[in-house]
Design a binder for this molecule. Structure first.
Ligand SMILES: *[C@@H]1O[C@H](CO)[C@@H](O)[C@H](O)[C@H]1NC(C)=O
Ligand SMILES: *[C@@H]1O[C@H](CO)[C@@H](O)[C@H](O)[C@H]1NC(C)=O
Ligand SMILES: *[C@@H]1O[C@H](CO)[C@@H](O)[C@H](O)[C@H]1NC(C)=O
Length: 180
């Protein structure tokens, strides 16, 4: 029993010491720009609690990073659910192809939220008005990670990004920032 208390006291001391360590503040460095071409969204109908489910497939696109550039392959998608207040949760998976003579393929996965005032989100959902919505009036943010087995690009496997995006016509456009 005494030993157990001694062990607990030691671990509390360690936790206290850890909270005093100065940890580095992550940095953000602009790293790539991406433009993805979308098919019209398909509604999968409603989910629990008046949510709506959408499926948006991707037909192509381009990207340009500090470490390379290339195109987006046909066949990615966004699986989206929209809350009653119109905030949308985004969940995408697609494939980047590099511009190299022998291209590399990089899987990219993004998770995010598009939030904002209801009238702005209403306008974004309306194809006739969506293009005129100023991207600074809503918050479209993504977390991004990538995977490839190609040794030329294996640094992407362990890099994390966050991005700020917008909807423009049949495109999603975003700038991604590397977390350092
Ligand atoms: C993208 O390409 C242009 C040249 O077309 C270049 O000036 C720019 O720096 C590139 N952006 C990134 C993030 O590498
Ligand atoms: C894309 O990458 C290729 C090499 O892989 C390079 O020749 C070309 O200039 C790059 N284009 C842009 C827009 O950065
Ligand atoms: C990252 O890239 C290397 C290839 O260089 C691969 O062997 C490894 O499995 C990749 N890691 C992940 C988590 O995908």
């Amino acid at each position: 029993m005494v030993r157990l208390f001694a062990a607990l006291a030691t671990s509390v001391a360690l936790v206290n010491a850890a909270t005093e360590v100065k940890l580095p503040v992550p940095t953000l460095t602009k790293d790539f720009h991406l433009e993805c071409d979308l098919n019209p969204k398909l509604s999968l109908g409603s989910g629990p609690g008046d949510t709506l489910w959408n499926w948006i497939s991707f037909t192509g696109g381009t990207w340009n990073a500090t470490w390379g550039n290339g195109t987006i392959e046909l066949g990615g998608h966004d699986y989206q659910y929209v809350l009653p207040a119109l905030a949308a949760k985004l969940d995408t998976r697609y494939l980047l192809k590099t511009a190299d003579k022998t291209p590399a393929y990089i899987q990219i996965k993004t998770d995010g939220w598009r939030t904002g005032p209801p009238d702005v989100l209403q306008a974004l959902n309306d194809p006739l008005r969506a293009d005129d919505v100023d991207p600074s009036t809503y918050k479209f943010r993504l977390y991004i990670n990538m995977n490839t087995g190609d040794p030329r690009y294996n640094h992407v496997n362990t890099t994390m990004w966050v991005a700020s995006g917008m909807r423009k016509g049949a495109k999603v456009i975003y700038d991604a920032y590397r977390l350092g």
